[in-house]
Structure formats: structure tokens, C-alpha cells
Write a protein that binds this ligand. Sequence first.
Ligand SMILES: [Zn+2]
Ligand SMILES: [Zn+2]
Length: 323
Amino acid sequence: MPTRGTPTRDGKVEEPDERRCRLCLEGEGDGPLLQLCACRGSAKLVHRHCLEKWRRTSPKEDAAYRCGQCKDHYRDALSLELLRARLQTERADGEGTVFTLNTLASELQAQGKYDEAEPLNREALEVRRETLGDRHPDTLASINNLGVLLKVKGKLAAAEPLYREALEVSRETLGDRHPDTLTFIANLGGLLMAKGDLAAAEPLCREALEGRRETLGNRHPHMFTSINNLGGLLLAKGDLAAAEPLLREAVEGLRATLGSGHPDTLASIGNLRRLLVRSGAGSTHTSIASCSRRSPSLISVMAALFACSAIVCMYVFCTSFDE
Ligand SMILES: [Zn+2]
Ligand SMILES: [Zn+2]
């Protein structure tokens, strides 16, 4: 059998057969070929049973819950099953569990299982406080993760001291322009905004944006999410004239850097849509239609926003929030 893409005996170059499972290299005879992650090209198709076998048996640490190529998380029941089993094994063997605790908590949170995620986040934080101390960057990340989860659960008052602790210690130990500090500044700004304290939130949103412009340059997605946050805050304040150019810049920049379907892009489009609805501008319908065309439905915008806020991701969380 000729190899793919090489000339056959009669000199014709055979077309590469794209319809193959990337794991077993067989075609549809072995079952339907599915696209189960964000991979493109010849690597995109796989049999469900081949992928499941790979996830169950691979020595790679992350194979259980995400694609090793495109890093897309599967976000399914099997991820939880495999991570729960791993945690159980680590506990039984007396091994360090923090990494698995964090990974499982993050997966649970992304799948909306907040109540199951919370004790895992608390345990991870406790272990880090004990082993690394209260001022280690990893401890601050755990403080932030628990705070983010509590915020997602609507426990804003319980989240606030955690957000403040992470920020205060990060300013002291890492400095005001460190990426972690800027994340904590943005997160506290988002929390205060969620509480309705716009006056306290605004200087934090401005500081996060200024810091990111200085340290990340003008084309980094986190910079655009900070622009979105400040735009959202100004929108909440009713300053539509100041909010509009920011939200337009955020939508454009997020589309260009993260893609049209990314939750942060969709959240930003949601903010711009609300602004246009509130301003009742003549161009409203055109602008919304343009947004909606690229992002199929505004329901999916909200669903994606919800999913985004559920991700325990200290670098991205709260970079997009609802009004
Ligand atoms: Zn296969
Ligand atoms: Zn992939």
C-alpha cells in the first residue's frame, strides 16, 4: 500500500486520506470518527473508544482531562472520574495531592459542580499555607482560586477578604506590576463591581488596565479583557459615551487575539450589546446583528459567560464580567 502523499506505481500522487482516527489510524469501519477537541487538520478526528482508552491509560499527566495537542479540556464526566480516582490513589499512597486537588477542583467548577469543588479548594489552600507559608505565590494562587469559587457561588462577602489578602501580599512580595498582582487587582475590582461598589472598583480597574498596557503591550488578550472590564464598569455607571470606545476596542481586540467564539470575546460582545441597547443608538440593530452573526446566539453568549466565570483560572478569571 502506498504511503500517504507519495506517488503510486502509475506515478499519480495519492490524496492523503483525512478520514482516519489519529490514534489507531483506521477509518470509519471501526466506528464513527468524531472531532472531540479543538485540533484541526488530519489530527482532528478520533474514535470515541480510542480516545477513552488513551485517556485511561496514557502516562501523560493531563491526558485524562485535556487534549495534549490543542490543550482543549474535554469537560466531561470521564475527566472527573479519572481525576477523582487519581486523587484517591494519591491519598492512599500518601503522595502530595495539591496538583490533583487543584485540577479536579478546576474541572468541577468548570462543570458547575461548585459544592464539590469548594472543599477541594479549601484543602489545597490549607496544605499550601502549611507547607509553603502564607506569602508564597502558590499560596496566593490558592487563596485567589477559593475566592473566585466563592464569588461564582454568590458568596461575595466571604470572597472579599480572600481577594484582599491575595492582593495585599502580592503587592508586598511581587510588586505592583507583576502579572499575578495585576490579576488580583482586576479580580478585586470585579468583586467590588459585583457588590455594586463602583466607586471603589473604578480605580482598581484603571490600575489593572494601566499596568497591563505597560507590561503586556497593546495586543495581549489580558489587556483587552481589562479594557472590557473598565468599559463594563463605565457602562454600569451610566457613562455610555466613555464606555463605548472601550467596549468596541475590547471586542475587536479579543476577536483578533482569542477568536470570535472565546468566552471572553462573547462576554465583551454582551457588554457592547447592552450598551447599544441602552444608548438606543440608530446603529444599534446593525451593530448587534453584526455581533450576533459572528456569535450565533446571545443565549450562547450568556452560557459562555457563565462557563467562563466557572473556570478556576487565576490569569483569566474576572477579565470579563457581566454588568
Ligand atoms: Zn481509533
Ligand atoms: Zn486537540
